[in-house]
Design a binder for this molecule. Structure first.
Ligand code: 5AD
Length: 493
């Protein structure tokens, strides 16, 4: 049986796409290789949202040319956003690549590999499924007793926004939505198999509407607000139809669709955790206008404030770009003041980079690289201070943690042997000490916070949680999640 290996770059959507490639390849008779060296087929699932991400692919392919030369029948596949963006060009530029496959063409991957195996030429397949959009569903776990505690479910794909810096409309195409019946059925099946938390995925996830018109209008939804969507109605339907679900997250929303109906859903649905990632990009109205974000700073502040007022204790995290064309010291100061004003508890910061096919190419990239670096460092300083104060204030409190798996980062203590980790309802990472003899996977447990680390919390089970926990049994391990816990901070200088 041919063996494959997948390397993933980029966002959660790419992680999800990689999981679907695993399914598609396994169904076609491939087995997963222990390492790239043992693989016959190597897939690079790529990201092109920033220049740095795209450069990673180019250096990786350079490295893999040698891997390919070692055996004539080895196959190198490039998938994801760079595949979609470059298509045939990649085959011409980098001779080591055999197959280029776009995000909408994942189901065709085994067929493309089959053609190649019988002597076909290198091929690129990057066609959007505009007329009959396909949303790939996880194949149910067959060989394992329990599904992973957390799972992604796609609700929409593509993007109709035209943010001037962003390549996503080009790499992921126009917005296409999935019927709510299908979404609910997938979540119900996951929960029946043991999943506790679902993250709804979409490039502008809260612009969702049901393509079959099957959702009733959500409370608080206004018929004549152009920013209104059916996302709040979808959340309500999932909450009502899948009562066994412990947590329902979503990413990434656009602030424009943070409407009163969505705020009300957060206030009323206990299944929605008290954390939302809401990309703002800049705190300067002048820059926001040039970015074509379609909201002002004051609107962003008012909308997120309404959310925090409706759900006391809710935390926000965000994405910010520094050094967008024309960004002055005053504009950047406005971003810093916004970070303080909103009090973000997590922040992904990026230096602006010019991307092909984006409207901002018309603007000169006039903020020097060094200045971008200084601004990014300043931004992280601010956000780290906010996070540190937040995490320290949690020491001594009791929090509910959904245990996602064994801790990858040993060395934090872990007196009881295996150390479990998971996330609180507000998405803080919590490492649980001294519970090595217990089976906590997929459990929502009460812990007391013993210490604040730089980006995470250290915790211990409460007495009651310890008394209620299952002892660990050999042979009952869940399918290991393909994902490790993402880190909070982002790209440095
Ligand atoms: N340059 C820098 N950062 C970018 N992002 C998107 N496009 C660019 C670009 N051209 C950032 C945004 C977005 C995140 C996923 O990546 O902050 O929210």
């Amino acid at each position: 049986m041919p063996r494959y290996s997948i390397t993933t770059f980029g966002c959660q959507m790419n992680v999800h796409d990689s999981e679907r490639m695993h399914d598609v390849l396994r169904c076609a008779g491939y087995t997963e290789a222990g390492s790239a060296d043992e693989a016959d087929v190597l897939v690079l699932n790529t990201c092109s949202v920033r220049e740095k991400a795209e450069q990673k692919l180019r250096s990786e392919v350079g490295r893999l040319a040698r891997w390919k030369r070692e055996r004539a029948d080895r196959v190198l596949v490039v998938a994801g956003c760079v595949a979609q963006q470059e298509g045939e060009r990649l085959l011409k530029q980098m001779r080591a690549i055999d197959v280029v496959v776009g995000p909408d063409n994942i189901p065709e991957l085994p067929g493309l590999l089959g053609d190649l195996a019988i002597g076909g030429l290198p091929i690129a397949r990057t066609v959007f499924d505009l007329d009959a959009p396909r949303f790939l569903v996880a194949s149910p776990p067959s060989s394992s007793p329990r599904a992973a505690p957390t799972a992604f479910v796609t609700v929409m794909k593509g993007c109709d926004e035209r943010c001037s810096f962003c390549i996503v409309p080009h790499t992921r195409g126009p917005e296409r939505y999935r019927p709510s019946d299908e979404i609910v059925a997938e979540i119900a099946a996951l929960v029946a198999a043991g999943t506790r938390e679902v993250t709804l995925l979409g490039q502008t996830v809260n612009s969702y509407r049901d393509p079959l018109g099957a959702l009733p209008r959500a409370p608080g939804a206004s018929a004549d607000d152009p920013d209104e969507s059916e996302f709040a109605a979808l959340l309500r339907r999932v909450a009502a139809d899948v009562p066994g679900l412990a947590r329902l997250r979503y990413t990434s929303p656009h602030p424009r669709h943070l409407t009163p109906s969505l705020v009300l859903a957060h206030a009323e649905l206990a299944v929605l955790p008290r954390h939302v990632h809401m990309p703002v990009q800049s705190g300067s109205d002048r820059v926001l206008r040039r970015m074509i974000r379609r909201y002002t700073r004051a609107e962003y502040v008012a909308r997120t404030r309404a959310l925090v007022e409706a759900v006391p204790g809710l935390t926000l995290s965000t994405d910010i770009i520094v050094g967008f064309p024309g960004e002055t010291e005053d504009d950047f100061a406005a971003t810093l003041s916004l970070v303080r004003e909103v009090g973000f508890k997590g922040l992904f910061g990026f230096k602006y980079s010019r991307r092909p096919h984006t409207p901002a190419l018309k603007l000169p990239d006039d903020v020097p690289e060094g200045v971008k670096g200084v601004r990014l460092a300043r931004l992280f300083e601010e956000s780290e201070a906010l996070l540190a104060a937040h995490l320290s204030a949690l020491v001594g409190t009791t929090q509910e943690v959904l245990v996602e798996g064994r801790d990858k980062e040993r060395g934090h203590g872990g007196a009881g042997g295996a150390l479990w980790s998971g996330r609180t309802g507000r998405h803080e990472i919590a490492h649980i000490d001294g519970a090595g003899e217990l089976d906590l996977l997929g459990e929502v447990v009460d812990v007391s916070i013993t210490r604040a680390n730089k980006h995470s919390l250290q915790a211990e089970l409460t007495e009651a949680a310890r008394a209620a926990a299952r002892p660990r049994q050999r042979g009952l391990e869940a399918r290991p999640g393909r994902r490790s816990l993402p880190v909070v901070a982002a790209e440095g200088g």
